[in-house]
Design a protein around this ligand. Structure first.
Ligand SMILES: [Zn+2]
Length: 55
């Protein structure tokens, strides 16, 4: 799914397959699925469920 090994932005915990995560990102101005995928990899901030529920 991700090229970069995903980690929680807040606590640095590794995200494993099948885990529920929350991604914070700016939606691209105009985009197809390829653009969105690139955005996720470059700009997406991933939070694990635990950190997200703490916010
Ligand atoms: Zn976390």
């Amino acid at each position: 799914m991700f090229k970069v090994k995903p980690k929680c932005t807040s606590c640095g915990k590794d995200i494993h397959g099948g885990e529920v995560v929350y991604v914070e990102m700016r939606y691209p101005e105009y985009a197809g699925m390829t653009e969105i995928k690139r955005y996720l990899e470059n700009e997406g901030k991933i939070y694990c469920q635990e950190c997200h529920s703490k916010k």
